[in-house]
Design a binder for this molecule. Structure first.
Ligand SMILES: Nc1ncnc2c1ncn2[C@@H]1O[C@H](COP(=O)(O)OP(=O)(O)OP(=O)(O)O)[C@@H](O)[C@H]1O
Length: 271
């Protein structure tokens, strides 16, 4: 039997209020979500609905209040060692060069320095940064830092890649370049990907499947769509495909009300 790479089974996450007044906030409720081996799944939902919370649960950084996480059929306890995680913000160490940043995970794994260095260099070349290994993060552009972070994750050859709005801080052109690069790398290695975004166009262009979350509290999936667009895809070109337009309007019909609810909640919180 082939297990799913990742399975969130009836996951609920309840946070205690930071004010210590005993209040609780259920961010995610009874969520079941699966990513098959080699599948690219995006999760979209309104701002603040619980997307990062779900990813943190999948990474094993946050223990669900109820429900289970299974990784290739095994119940997850602690950190998900088969997953690599790419965050919204840069997670590069500012005091290490790009090469040293990519090397560090390999060194932690016990690889001799010379091997770690040559593998890290090969990954930097694959993401187009072969000549930039000696630069420090502050000497790199936003896109280059993202490429370094990508090399850092991919160098560890994880079976599952978790990405939390990794390109949201980039300008549109750099973002599309990065999206295409991720798709090309993914096509070569076919890892399971769980990709979080609030950008529906990005989700459709990249994915095999898009899962729509409801507005919080007690967020849960309210729609799931197979993205049957041909591959390989160019994320800019695929947007003009008639099927893309059709899928976009189908998914937006489900997402729209939730986005409005999410927005109204944000306004209430801010008042
Ligand atoms: N550690 C925490 N303690 C209390 N509440 C939290 C905690 N982490 C998240 N929350 C709340 O849970 C909800 C979901 O947060 P989360 O960051 O998962 O949303 P998101 O969909 O990723 O948001 P965004 O789209 O803005 O990135 C929010 O209302 C948030 O305030």
């Amino acid at each position: 039997m082939q297990y799913d790479a990742l399975e969130l089974d009836q996951v609920t996450v309840t946070f205690r209020s930071p004010q210590e007044n005993g209040e609780r906030y259920t961010a995610v409720a009874g969520t079941t979500l699966k990513v098959r081996a080699g599948e690219f799944v995006s999760v979209v939902g309104p701002t603040g609905c619980g997307k990062s919370t779900l990813l943190n649960v999948a990474a094993g950084l946050l223990e669900p209040s109820a429900g289970d996480v299974r990784v290739f059929g095994e119940r997850l306890a602690g950190i998900n060692r088969r997953a690599g995680y790419m965050f919204q913000q840069d997670a590069l160490m500012p005091w290490r060069s790009a090469l040293d940043n990519v090397m560090v995970g390999l060194q932690y794994r016990g690889l001799p320095d010379a091997d770690a260095r040559s593998q890290a260099q090969a990954w930097l070349e694959r993401v187009g940064l072969g000549g930039f290994g000696d630069r420090y993060p502050h000497q790199l552009s936003g896109g280059m830092r993202k490429r370094t972070a990508l090399a850092q994750v991919l160098a560890l050859d994880p079976d599952i890649i978790l990405m939390d709005e990794p390109f949201s801080a980039l300008d549109v052109q750099t973002r599309q370049l990065m999206e295409n690069e991720v798709l090309a790398l993914w096509a070569a290695k076919r890892k399971a990907v769980l990709f979080i975004t609030h950008d529906l166009d990005e989700a459709i262009a990249m994915s095999d499947r898009v899962v729509v979350l409801s507005a919080g509290p007690a967020t849960r999936p309210i729609g799931e769509f197979e993205i049957d667009l041909p591959r390989p895809r160019d994320v800019a070109e695929v947007r003009t495909h008639p099927r893309f337009v059709e899928l976009h309007s189908q998914i937006w019909a489900v997402l729209r009300d939730e986005v409005l609810k999410g927005y109204a909640q944000q306004l209430k919180k801010a008042a």
